[in-house]
Write a protein that binds this ligand. Structure first.
Ligand code: FE2
Length: 284
């Protein structure tokens, strides 16, 4: 099966620009692309930061686009979300009994556990005792393979300004998942606005780019202001089966040339490769 990992859409209201880009228009393009190219996806999951400022106009613009998707959509909150307008716009958004925006659902071979890592009043993430107890209960309730979804990563990625606002309760979080790590098949997160892949204490993970501004690769530990750029927006296309999780990055708005690597039947392969030119494309 296939699903779409969409994150950090950072929509604002009023058809305005944010850092020189139009997040609502970018979300519209992403939705168009998902419908056209991945309409068979089982679901779309949004790992937080639906809007940039959490205001009603922004949630209205976000909802206007996201509701065009024909498959089910799972909404998670990030540090920019879970304001009153979110609740007003999505009154049926899944929450636990304590009111946190966290929930579970099943795929054919996995149990998806979606965490609310927002802490009020800060961009840093957190996971309090109440939420830890909820997670512990979810993990103990079944023995199925697990996929974890969260906004803030529970570890540093090497970009100082983002590491400062990672999930602050990482050790307590790790203690809860540790007895279940053998069946946690992957951890998906957002927040860092980059494609990052790796392994944290035995758990494989991936982070996907956002749709508006991205975080630039700056590994200088002295850089404490978040480095940004406008790299191509992207969403994740994830293939799942009983024995694999494959995460692709789809740069849905890219305009770089596309072509077949092999010559058409009967043509010389070497000449095909050497003679290829692309209108409007200038190489490095
Ligand atoms: Fe974000």
């Amino acid at each position: 099966m296939k699903f779409i990992h969409l994150t950090d859409t950072h929509v604002i209201g009023g058809d305005r620009l944010l850092y020189g880009a139009n997040p609502a228009r970018r979300l519209a393009r992403a939705v168009d692309s998902i419908i056209a190219d991945h309409g068979d996806a089982a679901f779309v999951i949004v790992t937080g930061d639906m809007t940039h400022w959490g205001d009603a106009d922004a949630y209205a613009a976000f909802a206007h686009e996201i509701r065009r998707l024909p498959m089910s959509v799972h909404l998670m909150v990030g540090n920019h979300d879970d304001s009153a307008p979110f609740t007003q716009t999505f009154p049926d958004a899944a929450r636990d009994t304590a009111g946190f925006v966290q929930f579970t659902f099943n795929t054919p071979h996995h149990r998806a556990i979606c965490l609310d890592t927002k802490m009020p009043g800060t961009h840093a993430g957190g996971y309090c005792e109440t939420r830890l107890a909820w997670l512990k209960q979810q993990l103990e309730q079944s023995q199925e393979p697990v996929l974890l979804f969260m906004h803030h990563p529970p570890f540093a990625v090497g970009i100082k300004a983002m590491d400062n606002i990672m999930m602050q309760d990482a050790e307590a979080f790790h203690d809860v998942i540790a007895p279940h790590k053998h069946r946690i098949q992957h951890l998906f997160f957002g927040h860092v606005h980059r494609a990052i892949f790796g392994n944290w204490r035995g758990v494989s993970f991936s982070c996907m780019r956002g749709l508006n501004h991205q975080v630039a690769l700056n590994l200088n530990p002295e850089t404490t202001n978040v480095p940004g750029d406008l790299a191509q927006p992207a969403y994740g296309v994830v293939l799942l089966s009983e024995d694999f999780v494959v995460a692709h990055m789809c740069e849905f708005a890219a305009t770089s040339p596309r072509f077949l690597l092999g010559a058409p039947e009967g043509e010389d392969n070497t000449a095909y490769q050497l003679d290829m030119r692309h209108e409007g494309f200038t190489d490095l």
